[in-house]
Design a protein around this ligand. Structure first.
Ligand code: DX5
Ligand code: ZN
Length: 222
């Protein structure tokens, strides 16, 4: 099953003093989804923002809000993120003891269901939840910070996960260190959704975002 190529800018690299405008600008510049990196200072060594900030961004666009929860535990907060206006909610396989329950909770909230794996998380964790997810997010850096270098072993992980997915209509997303230099190989390996923070928001203005997104798309297709 071939799903569309999508660019999902991470607002972690945006100017936090004008986040609403930054969300609107990046969608006007050609992005498909908005990637929301939620960090708790416990599951990952950094703190970003929570549901109230997401709620305040919701009026700026109708684009898909792709929420990446780097929090542990996640279950007590899933409803708050759903109510804040997230369209998809992705939890880390390592975030709690009951992954299947977390996925069911997201499904019951009426949101797209995502699971994500750190660079060293065994891929086998996916085998028994493949029919319960809409999206698999492969981390190509250790989560916590933007601007890190792409970890090459993510490519082999993407191809192995792509084979596991088979014909299922599951979005295969990659996150971390995606640039015009790395996106082509990640696309070739089988990913169709590309998170990019620094590579999209560099330049700090809408015209730059437009050029950055176009460069990513053409490098992905090259
Ligand atoms: C890392 C986050 C990423 C990150 C991507 O913890 O999940 O989404 O912000 O940033 P870049 O594209 O700069 O690696
Ligand atoms: Zn992310």
């Amino acid at each position: 099953m071939t799903l569309p190529l999508r660019i999902a800018p991470s607002i972690l690299a945006a100017d936090f003093s004008k986040l609403g405008q930054e969300v609107k600008d990046v969608i006007d510049a050609g992005a498909d989804w908005v990637h929301l990196d939620v960090m708790d200072g416990h599951f990952v060594p950094n703190i970003s923002f929570g549901p109230d900030v997401i709620k305040s961004l919701r009026p700026y666009t109708d684009a898909f809000f792709d929420c990446h929860l780097m929090i542990s535990p996640a279950d007590p907060y899933l409803e708050a993120f759903a109510k804040a206006g997230c369209d998809g909610i992705t939890v880390h396989a390592e975030a709690g003891a009951h992954l299947h329950r977390s996925l069911q909770t997201i499904r019951a909230l009426g949101k797209k269901v995502g699971v994500t794996l750190n660079p060293a998380t065994p891929i086998s964790v996916l085998e028994d939840v493949l029919d319960d997810v809409d999206l698999i997010l492969v981390m190509s850096v250790n989560p916590g910070f933007g601007g890190q270098k792409f970890i090459p072993s993510a490519l082999d992980r993407i191809s192995r996960i792509k084979s596991l997915i088979g014909d299922r209509p599951i979005e295969l997303e990659v996150d971390g260190g995606i640039t015009a230099e790395t996106i082509g190989a990640a696309h070739k390996a089988g990913a169709n959704v590309f998170v990019a923070g620094s590579a999209v928001y560099k330049g700090g203005a809408k015209d730059a975002y437009k050029a950055n997104i176009a460069a990513l798309v053409s490098a992905a297709k090259a």
